[in-house]
Design a protein around this ligand. Sequence first.
Ligand SMILES: O=C(O)C1=C[C@@H](OP(=O)(O)O)[C@@H](O)[C@H](O)C1
Ligand SMILES: C=C(OP(=O)(O)O)C(=O)O
Length: 436
Amino acid sequence: MKITGAKKGLRGALMMPGDKSISHRAVILAALADGKTEISGFLRGQDCLHTLKIFKMLGVEYRDKKDKLLIKGRGLKGLRKPDGQMDVGNSGTAFRLLAGVLAGQDFTAKLTGDESIQKRPMGRVIEPLHRMGAEFNGDKAPLVIVNNKNTKQLVGIAYESPLASAQVKSAILLAGLYARGETSVTEPALSRDHTERMFKTFGVRLRTAALPSGKHKVILPNGKHKLKGGLKIKIPGDFSAAAFFIVAALIVPGSKLLLKNVGVNPTRIGLLDVLKKMGAKIIWQNKKMLSGEPVADLQIVHSPLKAVEIGGELLLRMIDEAPIFAVAAALAKGRTVVKNAEELRVKESDRIKTVVEMLKGFGVSAAETSDGFVIDGNPELQIAAPLKINSHYDHRIAMSAAVFGLLNQKETTITDDKCIETSFPGFAALLQKAAR
Ligand SMILES: O=C(O)C1=C[C@@H](OP(=O)(O)O)[C@@H](O)[C@H](O)C1
Ligand SMILES: C=C(OP(=O)(O)O)C(=O)O
């Protein structure tokens, strides 16, 4: 992809693609429901299309109309043994959530994915699922989930997760649908809660509790679970996609941009809290609920920014936004410090390394630390040189670099930008439209 500097600010009103996390969950729960589900706003990015294809291999029929996806659920016990291995592509969410679903079946299945997935840690789901009674061959992708007709039913566990991870929590809750007894997950802080919200939408009883220690617990009670059919699920615009346009409008002078129908689930919008502290002008409009998730229109006005220090729970709520946040920090006045971000090292790329490399490529002073990075921001930064930035096949690095490229008066080339298709098809065209 080639980006040239924005002549004017970003203007107009845009709709973001459907939320990636919620799209995966909508397909999974619809496939396990008793009856049909109509899904609108489904993200047709490669990650979610892999999940859909996998359920087709598991015997789930669907109809893909232009604006709707109709899924014929087979009930919790209705999945069929797939013919061949199932490929999640680049998607950690698909891999880990499916491991939970497949742990509860009575057939053996093999999950795999691309080069990046084959390097990502899967012990974090294998270990708790094994404690529930699931058997695996392997500790990473490709991974075999071993079952047969005589496999014993899973048993619920009370899992104290060392990580605040929605993928771990969701894998356990999905396996819990097949388990005897109560299943609970306690996490050090509340990770994104889309699974809990959607379980409730599909009629599954769940209890959640914020513990005095600051930990968070979700309990799936003992009982025979059933997901109801006949629902119409509406998926909000993806906040993680919107983040690129939010930061673009903040850093390009003259911008005033409206993003409509964006998901604003509190477990996802840490970036808005941080940007506010940095001095960003962002106005919320039309807040409402959509299938159990809050959405709003966000108006973003170009603003001078100042540096911040972040870590802990706030970082958890903006973990996928770290790369684009770094772009905002590069243009902010002062030194920005990001701590407690070790998880960034095991995403699609080592995002501590690749973020710092990307910033340096634009002439920014930035350095890695063991658990994050330090950025010396410069609001006066002038870039006017042809540049080549390596995406490392990571969609969020590629899109962050494209946004930064709006400030380069000469051409910025981003390598291997096809990875953007995993989460944001049509990104380049939309950015061009807004920045024209
Ligand atoms: O559950 C999800 O949909 C996701 C959870 C997060 O990962 P972890 O659970 O590994 O923190 C996030 O980084 C990922 O993009 C999507
Ligand atoms: C980390 C991400 O996704 P996943 O874990 O599903 O690959 C992401 O989209 O930034």
